[in-house]
Design a protein. Structure first.
Length: 331
């Protein structure tokens, strides 16, 4: 069956049995390689293209298609979408919260101007577009415990402001132009084989590396800073599930998703059940102010109700899985 997109856009044709042809931007960040692996398993290796402006390590280069793409270069992006007959776009390029505060101009350009290019390309070519949002899209005047999908959003970071902008622009393009925009607000994501860069929740990944290397960890947030967190496998599965969700199950286009919430002290205690670990605190005031304005608990009941979201990993499983990955003999 031939499907033609909204007449106001260039027409795209694909048979219903075809797999999507996916482009992932910002593919060398914390999440891209893992998502490509999951999607390639489902849709075939050559149907998922990772892209970035950086040179990929050889294991990434050899595991499937990789292409140079600069989201600030509209023509480059359009060429990639056209030449590869892309049908799904996963937009992972972004500067995170702490690094964004250190370079506001770059964050504004990548997170806001880059998104405009992505929205236009996606709308023009009838793509299904996924853009992640974040707990960082909330701010000090949002309800923090729990934080529902719909409430006051007045973040105080350029990262948060750019993510609220992305949510609103995506929803606007959906209503105005029929763009198939899908967005999840991610908690802090914890992964073993990839490092986050420049976030406020990064401590929750670093603690594993330092614990294993030296048995010591210096935390840059206060011991009682509670933030929503998720293991990467849950995050990537949620992303695939919302991308595959039938349109009529989505009562919204931007959903909170959650798994657990913990403080640095609680995470350290869970690790200390398995291995010796000494934790000290040297607070980074920029990160602490950001964390203090973010949700402590995330209400993701709409995602659970509408498209069946269900997390697999709570804190004990997260810690065990991370330690297993590093091959730590904890007995
Ligand atoms: C950050 O800390 O900036 C990110 C996020 C929660 O969006 N990990």
């Amino acid at each position: 069956r031939q499907v033609t997109s909204d007449a106001s856009f260039h027409s795209v044709s694909f048979s219903e049995t075809d797999h999507p042809k996916v482009l992932i931007t910002g593919g060398l960040g914390q999440l891209g390689v893992g998502l490509a692996k999951l999607l390639r398993k489902r849709f075939g290796k050559n149907n998922v293209i990772l892209s970035d402006i950086r040179k990929p390590p050889s294991n990434v280069f050899h595991s499937g298609p990789f292409i140079y793409s600069d989201i600030l270069d509209y023509k480059n992006l359009r060429e990639i979408v056209v030449n590869n007959r892309i049908t799904w776009l996963v937009h992972y390029s972004a500067l995170l919260s702490a690094v964004g505060e250190a370079n506001v101009a770059l964050a504004r350009s990548v997170n806001i101007t880059g998104l405009h290019n992505i929205l236009d390309i996606a709308a023009e070519h009838g793509l299904r577009l996924f853009v992640p949002s974040t707990i960082g899209a909330f701010g000090p005047t949002s309800p923090r415990n729990p934080t529902p999908d719909l409430c006051v959003q007045r973040p105080r970071t350029i990262y948060g402001v750019s993510k609220v902008h992305a949510e609103l622009m995506g929803e606007y393009y959906h209503h105005r132009y029929g763009l198939d925009f899908r967005c999840l607000r991610y908690p802090g994501i914890i992964s073993a084989d990839s490092m986050p860069g420049g976030g406020t929740t990064d401590y929750a990944v670093q603690i594993f590396h330092d614990a294993i290397k030296s048995g010591k960890f210096e935390c840059n947030l206060k011991h009682d800073t509670r933030l929503p967190m998720m293991y990467i496998d849950d995050c990537l599965r949620a992303t695939l599930e919302v991308m595959e969700a039938p349109t009529d199950t989505l009562t919204m286009r931007t959903y909170n998703i959650n798994a657990m919430s913990f403080t640095p002290e609680e995470l350290a205690q869970e690790l200390q059940k398995q291995m010796p670990l000494e934790v000290t605190y040297d607070v980074d005031h920029v990160r602490q102010a950001i964390a203090d304005s973010w949700p402590m608990n995330f209400d993701d009941s709409n995602a659970r109700k509408d498209w069946g979201w269900k997390h697999d990993y709570d804190l004990p499983e997260l810690v065990q899985t991370m330690l297993n990955y590093f091959g730590t003999d904890t007995r």
